[in-house]
Design a protein around this ligand. Structure first.
Ligand code: MN
Length: 246
């Protein structure tokens, strides 16, 4: 549910292998300008969908692309990555980030809502507050959630979905948070090429490592964990009016 295909050194090879493996990939973008080209990379690959995004860390230099986001949203089935980043290096522009985030959410709402992949590092409470203001923006998936338990519980109450990657499942805090997410709201991701495990860059199909981690955490078999995640994925897509190819 979250990787950056366009940011790998060899996107064509990643796509080729993902197709061969038959996996479903949500290829998120970090700027509206990147969307058309990134979408074209996956042309003909029906299981790879390209989400329209504007990464919160890029808001200071890319806020002019908000208008482009608005012109592209009618053609985008998925949105991401968007959100807020309150970590030390980016909290200085949180006010501007929130303004842009809410502008984008309003646009997504006017377009009828989309499945959205949301970045909320160091700003989960603020991100949830913005999402609460725009219920028409659609279903949202909190990617690589790193907030507090209270914030997680609040997100669950709001109907949030969570995409969990191998990296999240290798830290004590990440495991503790994942254990608190209802199994019916868990999806997988890699956040590659940013997501790594033991220094190795994750590729989209490494979401299976997350499934293994979930199986261990839940005390069930890998096949059963895989079935839960797949069933969640189908339900999310179905409730937004879409259909998952068999
Ligand atoms: Mn990302």
């Amino acid at each position: 549910m979250h990787c950056h295909i366009d940011l790998y050194p060899e996107p064509a090879e990643i796509i080729c292998e993902a197709r061969a493996k038959g996996i479903y990939v949500l290829s998120v973008t970090t700027t509206p300008r990147a969307w058309t080209v990134t979408k074209r990379l996956a042309e003909g690959a029906s299981r790879i969908r390209t989400a329209l995004g504007l990464h919160p860390q890029l808001v200071p230099e890319r806020s002019a692309e908000v208008a482009l986001f608005e012109s592209l949203i009618p053609d985008a089935r998925f949105v991401g990555e968007i959100g807020l980043d309150g970590s030390a290096a980016h909290k200085g522009c949180l006010v501007e980030q929130a303004k842009v985030f809410e502008t984008l959410l309003a646009m997504v709402g006017r377009a009828g809502g989309r499945i959205m992949s949301i970045h909320s590092r160091g700003a989960a409470t603020l991100a949830l507050a913005s999402l609460r203001k725009f219920p028409n923006a659609g279903d949202f998936v909190l990617h690589w959630f790193t907030g507090s338990k209270r914030e997680l519980e609040e997100a669950v109450r709001m109907g949030a979905w969570f995409s969990v990657g191998p990296a999240m499942l290798t830290t004590p805090k990440g495991l503790e948070l994942t254990a608190l997410i209802p199994r019916s709201r868990v999806l997988t991701e890699t956040d590659g090429p940013f997501g790594t495990v033991r220094g190795r860059v994750l590729r989209p199909w490494d979401s299976t490592i997350a499934v293994q981690g979930l199986a261990r955490l839940w005390g069930i078999g890998q096949d059963e964990a895989d079935a839960i995640v797949m069933s969640n994925f189908r339900r999310l897509v179905a409730q937004s009016g879409g259909e998952v190819e068999h």
